[in-house]
Design a protein around this ligand. Structure first.
Ligand code: OGA
Ligand code: NI
Length: 347
């Protein structure tokens, strides 16, 4: 059967009642949605950041360290980002993906090196199977360097997204201090070893899917950056691998999901884990997520922290520039194994 030709998935998905063959995963690589762990007790830890700057400080640091070691993921509440700002961010994302096709397409590019672009799937230039997703990617630090590239529709896009980015950055800097401390490093260690710092974000749009068992919004992957702060709407879809099982990270109002990225695993010399996660889709509702990917600047040299290397814990990774790592990531196309293996000293 002929599939209408569309650049973006959203415009295709609304016209079809089956998944086109280029989105269908081989049987050995399907989501097996009935096998996913959904019990609240199995879910990833929730950490209350209220305590970070008070008498419970050392307890919170301990919780962060434990979550980074055992899950590579945690959820944060009382994070200090106003509820209104968060709901405006989500509303802008929703408005953006509701714009007419011709308006959205003004931002389209399939070139992963472009710093502002709308695209679909993951990397349409290199991948064999497509993913059930459209996404807008933005670089957002240093803000003034990128703001002029951002969409101007919806009209308040630049202003509201910029506000959100700036607040999220402040939150990330607090978390980096906490994570440094939890590793036994100076509080400013991680922040001081990222060059000028970088921050990207994605607005992910997952349309309803007529056959969600056959495809992924995003297949299992680890994030190549340092740390990710994920905002998601109220539709489930994110799943995290925990001791060989996929666990649903279902939305909790007013919390963000935080996950350790590959660069943090390197800096921690494998103490903290950049964990596989994926986004599945459903046949009823669209889903929107807004991850912030905090990262080193491209020329920053990343390697295991010296303080974490000794005779018993030799350096597990060689040093590299973030640019080198990032290029490898995009060119490999979300291959199952994590990109980290390419940088191991034993490789
Ligand atoms: C990502 C990601 C998960 C989600 O964009 O890297 O893991 O729930 N997203 O959208
Ligand atoms: Ni991810």
């Amino acid at each position: 059967m002929d599939v209408p030709s569309k650049v973006l998935l959203a415009d295709l998905a609304s016209e079809i009642d089956h998944v086109p063959t280029n989105y269908v995963r081989p049987i050995s690589d399907r989501p097996n949605l009935h096998e996913v762990e959904t019990l609240a007790g199995a879910s990833i830890p929730v950490i209350d950041l209220q305590g970070l700057h008070g008498p419970d400080h050392s307890q919170v640091i301990q919780q962060i360290g434990l979550a980074c070691e055992e899950y590579g993921f945690f959820q944060i509440k009382n994070h200090g980002i106003p509820e209104r700002m968060v709901s405006r961010m989500m509303a802008i994302a929703r408005e953006f993906f509701r714009l007419p096709e011709s308006e959205r397409l003004k931002n389209y590019s399939d070139d992963p090196t472009k710093t502002t672009r709308l695209s679909t799937s993951f990397n349409v230039r290199t991948e064999k199977v497509s993913n059930w997703r459209d996404f807008l990617r933005l670089h957002c630090y240093p803000l003034e360097q990128y703001l002029e590239e951002w969409p101007t529709n919806p009209p308040s896009f630049r202003e509201e997204v910029a506000e959100y980015c700036t607040s999220i950055r402040a939150l990330v800097l607090r978390l980096l201090e906490g994570i440094s401390e939890s590793l036994g490093l100076e509080r400013d260690y991680i922040g001081n070893n990222l060059g000028e710092h970088g921050q990207h974000m994605a607005l992910n749009y997952y349309p309803p899917c007529p056959q969600p068992e056959l495809t992924y919004g995003l297949p299992g992957h680890t994030d190549p950056n340092l740390i990710t702060i994920l905002l998601q709407d109220d539709v489930p879809g994110l799943q995290v691998l925990k001791t060989g099982r996929w666990v649903a990270a279902n939305p909790i109002p007013n919390t963000f999901i935080v996950n350790i990225g590959d660069q943090m695993q390197v800096i921690s010399n494998d103490k903290y884990k950049s964990v596989l996660h994926r986004a599945v889709v459903n046949d009823e509702k669209e889903r929107i997520s807004v991850p912030t990917f905090y990262c080193p600047s491209p020329n920053a040299v990343i390697g295991p922290a010296r303080e974490l290397i000794d005779d018993e814990h030799p350096a597990v990774y060689r040093s590299f520039t973030y640019q080198e790592y990032y290029d490898r990531f995009w060119n490999r196309g979300l291959a199952k194994e994590c990109c980290l293996d390419l940088f191991r000293t034993s490789a």
